[in-house]
Ligand binder design. Sequence first.
Ligand SMILES: Nc1nc2c(ncn2[C@@H]2O[C@H](COP(=O)(O)OP(=O)(O)OP(=O)(O)O)[C@@H](O)[C@H]2O)c(=O)[nH]1
Ligand SMILES: [Mg+2]
Length: 461
Amino acid sequence: MAPPPVPSTDASDFSASQAATLVNDPNQVPTTPPARDLSERGQAALARKHSARLDRALRAEAAERAQYCKLLLLGTAESGKSTVLKQMKLIHTGNLLDVAPDGAALPSATNSVAMLPSTTSTGGGVGESGHMGQADWVIVIRKNLLDSLALLVQYQSEHTAAKPWATPDGETAAATLRSMISKLQANPSLFSVSADERVRFVAAVQALAADATLRDLIRIGGQFQLLDSADAFIQDAATILDPMYSPSNDHILLARQPTANITETKIVTEQGYKYLVYDVNGSRRARHTWVQFFDDVLCILYVAPISSYDQPLPPSDMLPRTAGFDDTANLHRPTGPMSRLLDSLLVFEQIMRHPLLKTTAAIVFLNKIDVLRAKLADPDAARVADYFPDYHGPQEFDPVCHYVSNRFAGPVRGQTARKLYIHLTWATQTQQIQVVLNTVNKILIKLNLAKVRFGCGLRAS
Ligand SMILES: Nc1nc2c(ncn2[C@@H]2O[C@H](COP(=O)(O)OP(=O)(O)OP(=O)(O)O)[C@@H](O)[C@H]2O)c(=O)[nH]1
Ligand SMILES: [Mg+2]
């Protein structure tokens, strides 16, 4: 007979920081009794009562959490982890936001559960707690648009390799943007920007968008850290800079808000399976913080940017690798130059070797296939073989994807106890990723059932 299911997350998972939250909750009983009015015995009795109430609350919270299976979303910076999480929320809750218009947290709200040291945090003020409402996304999207424009105009003027603007209109538009952009960047809420200024700015963006040089710059944007979503936001500049702008789901999916701290999101599927999804900051300086979440994981969801085979690392990731989890110095490294995709592969190898994850199942999302397709169709784009010298196939989508899938399968080859699944994804395209996420859901149910069989999984409630 199969043993009864045992919760996969034990009470020790319940962290001191959560206990602290309860203690500091104004709705809880006061932590210290009013000393002057009570005898010592009275005070002790009150303290015991308080402590028992706290214990009960902690046990109830721990029992609640024990019904959830843990999923880790891992991958290097900007690979698309948070975008996949947004799509998971959308598929299972129908909602991308964490905060309702009245300010209340929504049931699947994303909460910060582990902080980076404040000196290295990249929170930037918006959604610091992990809670992102409509108003937060307006600011993020406008910042994405303005920062992208600033980067494009600056790159064109500072790099001799960049062509001049193709038309006089483009030249004038770039000059207008240069003179106005810092004011808008400082005021993404647009409060202190007049209607005239806004109209002039939008007209300049639209004129620049029609200039052939801008299209060329966007095409090679990956080389100078331009956002993948820059083009979409530039095309929609008039909407985004409208004072009444309210972002669509598509815009929220395209938005880039680096995950400052590790977040936890509760997802309950239609079948009743409950998951705690941990989304991490993928930058090199933050990778050591992942390890504290490596115990008792049902499955790793690893997101790798397959389009970035030729893209330089973000400047903050060009630091020497640190000792410990991210120390890949001893790994066999192919002789090609470092790129974001190679970095992602090396980090994946490292995760697969980690002692706490020796048998943990993994689902790899080879993400940004839309960008890869466009790149491979561009005769001027870098050749895959220049970055991965052991690739001898043509510069075409299917063989390149096959090669990269094989590279990701490499670290677990021969490990019969480990399950590895690899999917090609376009995380910003809801229909494509939702088909993949439905398959992922089925895989997770199977993994769950296997765990139940061995006495450590969860049954759907
Ligand atoms: N074109 C395209 N853009 C994508 C895709 N997936 C994600 N993006 C965009 O890539 C950017 C980065 O995505 P995020 O989900 O923030 O990346 P992340 O892995 O969470 O990054 P960190 O939080 O910094 O570790 C966002 O602007 C996304 O909209 C994709 O499949 N195609
Ligand atoms: Mg993120």
